[in-house]
Design a protein around this ligand. Structure first.
Ligand code: CND
Ligand code: ZN
Length: 367
């Protein structure tokens, strides 16, 4: 079949909307008709070359849609099912899957690194040329084929535009709080970067019962959003030194948890420097893969500080997505306010330009 898809042909180029051939799903795969796709910074990192991916590729890892067709031997899904594609496929049986850490499964990493599905081929072609899948999702296409295990069925009456946001920004941010850091009620939290993912760390910290939630950003509009999503204090790092400001707000002690949701060595170091004794810095932001960060051994050892990361919210999507849906329905998780703009698919490059300018919180394209 034919589908319009946004292809990245080379680093530094804009996305090119072309009509591609989409092969039918093979055994254990499903064809999804995308309804909405989220505009996440990680795709932008691929466009700018900060994050590597095999090219040419159909980007997009946050999305939602309806199953259009199922391949042979598919048992858990049928045409018409509403689904969220999962951007880290997990085998379900390895050491990490068994331990509730499916984002660390090797199968998902294989798809991410090769840009091909598990049998080593792609379902997209342009004039006979192979086009790669991104993270096994490629939500910037009207139709995409994904492994059955990487499509999670959601209730039919759940709005598909809100559902798309759950696929990365929400599960990554809230999950980093619940499963990455395991934030305790009454604790203090600092969040560096109040964008589409960081805002979900903020609302996750509020849901977890953190007492002090300190949002850091360079943009006044983001800090305004942060307050609406539960930040108790905001710091504009353009005006003051955020580390000093966090120490002042915590009577010199530092915070129990500091999340870096930008992807810069300098802000990772700021997050670490903001910690209390035994505090934990959790890096969610993605930096160019060769970047390094250094921290003083003095505080690492003598203050028992922890520096770690969180991928895909350290989540268990099959448990966490229903939980997030319940939290939204209970009025505790803000999704309506998170979705600040909807663009038609044809304007996907404008949506990315707006992300680069720092407008809004999270936007989607719809098909
Ligand atoms: P978005 O661009 O929406 O947010 C980034 C925010 O950081 C913006 O509000 C900026 O103003 C702010 N910012 C930039 N520089 C600074 C600075 N020096 N000090 C303070 N604030 C600053 O991006 P996003 O929220 O979509 O993504 C954020 C990061 O998270 C990005 O690196 C993305 O690739 C990464 C991510 C990680 C994962 C994961 O699983 N770990 C999943 N998805 C996205
Ligand atoms: Zn993402």
């Amino acid at each position: 079949m034919k589908a319009k898809a946004a292809i990245l042909f080379a680093v530094g180029k804009k996305l090119d909307i072309r009509v591609v051939d989409v092969e039918p799903p093979r055994p254990g795969e499903v064809l999804i008709q995308m309804a909405a796709a989220g505009i996440c910074h990680s795709d932008l990192h691929v466009m700018t070359g900060h994050l590597e991916a095999p090219l040419p590729v159909i980007l997009g890892h946050e999305g939602s849609g309806v199953v259009a067709e199922v391949g042979p031997a598919v048992t858990s899904l049928k045409p018409g099912d509403h689904v969220i594609p999962l951007w880290r496929l997990s085998c379900g049986v390895c050491e990490y899957c068994s331990d509730g850490r499916p984002a660390l499964c090797a199968e998902g990493l294989q798809i991410r690194k090769t840009g091909r599905l598990l049998d080593g081929s792609t379902r997209f072609k342009l004039n006979g040329m192979e086009i790669k899948h991104f993270a096994g999702v490629s939500s910037f296409s009207e139709y995409s084929v994904v492994p059955e295990k990487a499509a999670f069925k959601i209730p039919d009456d759940f709005p598909l535009d809100r559902a798309a946001l759950l696929g990365c920004g929400v599960i990554t941010g809230v999950g980093a709080v619940f499963h990455g850091a395991r934030v305790k009620p009454g604790s203090s939290v600092a969040i560096f970067g109040s964008g589409g993912v960081g805002i979900n760390v903020i609302q996750g910290a509020a849901i977890a019962g953190a007492e002090k939630i300190i949002a850091v950003d360079l943009l006044a509009n983001k800090l305004e959003f942060a307050r609406r999503f539960g930040a108790t204090h905001t710091i504009n790092a353009k005006e003051v030194d955020p580390v000093e400001a966090i120490r002042t707000l915590t009577d010199g002690r530092g915070v129990d948890y500091a999340f870096e949701v930008i992807g810069l060595p300098a802000t990772i170091r700021q997050a670490y420097d903001s910690l209390s004794k035994r505090g934990m810095a959790i890096v969610v932001g993605v930096t160019p893969m060769t970047m390094e960060v250094s921290v003083p051994i003095m505080t690492l050892v003598f203050e028992e500080r922890v520096l770690t990361g969180s991928i895909y919210g350290s989540s268990r999507p099959r448990i966490d997505i229903p939980m997030l849906i319940n939290l939204y329905r209970a009025g505790k998780l803000k999704l309506d306010e998170l979705l600040t703009r909807t663009y038609p698919f044809s304007q996907i490059n404008e949506a990315y330009a707006a992300l680069e300018r720092g407008e809004g919180l999270r936007s989607i394209v719809t098909f």
